[in-house]
Ligand binder design. Structure first.
Ligand code: GRF
Length: 217
């Protein structure tokens, strides 16, 4: 069976990109990365792509006066490479409704919070300041409103005593790196359907039976 063609969009370090590269290199993984696009030049994510032999393109937003023209260039690069699913992995530019709608139900994002809580930036600082017991990360289909859209997968990560934003980010990152390849695999296997504003999984997709309690009780 042919593999699902992924276009990964990044702005920086690209550790989630690396998790996807590693997954795609394993036998029988049902997807392949056909292009990586960064809106910032010289970032480590582009190097990761090149090292893996994947076409790595920089489309620098600073070269464009209008957001729509910048996005047209991205759209063209994605279609040139026959991308079937766009994976936003630390892509730090807001996308216009026009672009988002062109990729509706064919574009997913990873966000470092348990959405719909803590949209936007500095999610870990805000969660710690609020004293919530669990933080986490979410993979969702992209809609025009920022950090919004049908939720595919989430991981809940407890906030420890003396947690710092950095320590929490590090913990959450390990779950991001597990989730992104897993979510893409479900999509590639055809086990995911978007219905209105919800994701529906096929019956053979396993769900956790129980929750987590923190502190442990
Ligand atoms: C991740 O925390 C992701 O959730 C957020 O941006 C960060 C990207 O990290 N959207 P990396 O570049 O994949 O290391």
């Amino acid at each position: 069976m042919s593999k699902l063609r992924l276009g990964v969009m990044i702005s920086g370090t690209g550790t989630n990109l690396q998790a996807l590269i590693d997954a795609c290199e394993t036998a029988d993984y049902p997807a392949e990365i056909v292009v990586v696009i960064s809106n910032r030049p010289g970032v480590m994510g582009l190097e990761r792509a090149k090292k893996a032999g994947i076409p790595a393109i920089c489309i620098d937003h600073k070269d464009y006066d209008e957001r729509e023209v910048f996005e047209d260039a991205i759209h063209d690069a994605l279609t040139d490479h026959k991308v079937q699913l766009v994976c936003l992995a630390g892509f730090m530019r807001l996308l216009t409704p026009g672009f988002v709608n062109r990729w509706r139900d064919r574009m997913i994002n990873i966000h470092p919070s348990l959405l719909p809580s803590y949209k936007g930036l500095h999610t870990h600082d805000r969660a710690i300041e609020d004293g919530v017991r669990f933080a986490g990360c979410t993979i969702h289909y992209v809609r025009a409103e920022m950090d919004n859209g049908p939720i595919l997968m989430q991981a809940a990560v407890p906030i420890a005593n003396n947690e710092t934003p950095d320590s929490l980010a590090a913990k959450i990152h390990t779950y991001e790196h597990r989730m992104y390849p897993a979510a893409v695999k479900l999509i590639a296997e055809g086990k995911v359907r978007v219905s209105a504003n919800m994701v529906v999984f096929s019956d053979d997709v396993e769900m956790p039976a129980e929750g987590l309690i923190g502190p442990v009780a």
